[in-house]
Design a protein around this ligand. Structure first.
Ligand code: SUG
Length: 429
């Protein structure tokens, strides 16, 4: 199987509106001036890094923003400019929601079960409903459109519409998968939360996780439902991928990521006896530091030579305790051999690290050939995207700019330029 990482291109409306309760970075940076052009170029820079490591890279496009269709469902009428002006006059928060670039975090686009795990041998993808936050819930329709376009071939792929609200489903950010090196198969782990923790909502509901596993046709004997610890949610781990990441036979997690880590360990060992579980103890890296630096929101990837690398946010390198721990990790001759640092600070400031920005899809060569090639990246396409971003994306967005008709027009035109540059028709995506 070949793993393709599909990153969301960071859209021209990237801004700091503080929309996500329980996401400490989003709350802390609310009201700051954002830098959409820099943000998007940082995102492309990370994609270039993964390609340079010999990995396959894909893209998803920014959604239509401002999202006038969504505002129309709230009763605003007229042409786009009228809809936006009346929404701004009525409730600025609605415009903040309609301008959010949050579709960039494609780890929340959907949950992917590769064909080797499913009863019918197809790769199943469930679109996430993201029902907990309004700005994220409005993503599902456009996400579904892109997924159905990219993975249209029914010989290999099956796309499922979102699980109905209010069963919150946040996609692959709360999903992990382990595979045995010694041929013991795979295990899919669905991580959910219960109720409120420290005043923050748990966004992934157990019912939604169970529904996704059922729809994908995963063998119940190889499915684990894992409860996230309340302590992690209360400390700001609004998604499991803020405190844990898996790849191949390796699970890398914070000591306090799960409600019952001992039970998880023995369940994994029973199914994947050669699994390696690397747990970072709280007395080396506190939960608070792990969440501030996004140590675990790194991409754990298998390199072409079989070794594993962690693609970490720069914030993890900038913290002495985290960097020291990582130095020991790579020195100990375990499966993780290489550290790669990616600067995605603009995304980080809204709570999105390297792992949030990508959706992993594992495919065999035939299924890879069946993916719409416009969603796959190479150096030439990268350069083309960078030129569009450099020319069209706003340099900055301050909170009051969100009500400026010139910004609305500019962002609409910027996305249209990207859509055309990538070979999509104006209404195709
Ligand atoms: O849903 N931030 C996103 C960050 C998502 C990170 N994804 C993963 N962990 N996989 C969220 O909280 C902030 C938007 C704002 O405040 O304007 C935001 O939506």
């Amino acid at each position: 199987m070949i793993e393709v990482n599909f990153d969301g291109i960071i859209g021209p409306t990237h801004n700091y509106a503080g929309l996500s309760i329980g996401n400490i970075a989003s709350a802390t940076n609310a009201g700051d001036v954002s830098a959409p052009r820099l943000a998007a170029l940082q995102g492309i820079g990370k994609m270039r890094r993964t390609m340079a490591l010999g990995l396959r890279q894909g893209i998803f496009l920014p959604h239509v923003r401002p999202n006038t269709d969504w505002l129309r469902t709230l009763g605003f009428v007229g042409d786009d400019a009228e809809v936006l002006a009346s929404a701004w006059a009525s409730d600025r928060a609605l415009i903040a929601n309609a301008m959010s670039a949050s579709a960039m975090w494609t780890a929340n686009a959907g949950t992917v079960s590769p064909s080797s795990d499913t009863a019918d041998g197809l790769c199943h993808i469930s679109v996430a409903n993201l029902s907990t936050m309004p700005h994220r819930a409005s993503e599902a329709a456009q996400t579904e459109r892109q997924l159905r376009l990219a993975f249209a071939d029914p010989r290999f792929f099956r796309i499922h519409s979102p699980v109905p609200a209010p069963f919150g489903d946040e996609g692959a950010a709360n999903f992990m998968r382990l595979t045995s090196q010694a041929g013991h198969g795979a295990v899919e782990m669905f991580v959910y939360g219960e109720g409120n923790a420290g005043g923050f909502p748990s966004r992934q509901h157990r019912t939604a996780s169970e529904a996704v596993a059922r729809r994908h046709g995963i063998d119940p004997a190889r499915t684990l439902l894992v409860r996230q610890s309340d302590a992690a949610i209360a400390a700001g781990a609004f998604h499991n991928d803020v405190v844990a990441v898996s790849n191949g036979h390796v699970l890398f997690a914070h000591e306090h990521a799960f409600a019952n880590p001992a039970a998880l360990r023995s369940a994994v060992q029973a199914l994947i006896p050669d699994a390696v579980m690397i747990e970072v103890p709280a007395d080396r890296v506190s939960l608070h530091t792990a969440i501030r630096t996004y140590l675990f929101n790194s991409q754990l990837v298998t390199l072409p030579d079989g070794g594993m690398a962690l693609i970490l946010p720069a914030e993890a390198r900038d913290d002495e305790t985290v960097w020291m721990w990582l130095g020991e990790l790579v020195a100990c001759n375990g499966p993780i051999r290489q550290l790669e640092v990616a600067d995605v600070r603009e995304s980080m400031r809204n709570g999105g690290g390297p792992a949030c920005l990508r959706l992993r899809v594992q495919v065999d060569p035939d299924a890879l050939a069946a993916i719409d090639p416009r969603f796959l990246l190479d150096e030439t396409v990268c350069a083309r995207i960078e030129r569009v971003i450099a020319r069209e994306w706003p340099e900055t967005i301050a909170p009051d700019d969100l009500g400026d008709p010139r910004l609305w027009e500019r962002c609409t035109a910027a996305r249209q330029a990207l859509v055309a540059a990538l070979g999509f028709g104006p209404d195709e995506i």
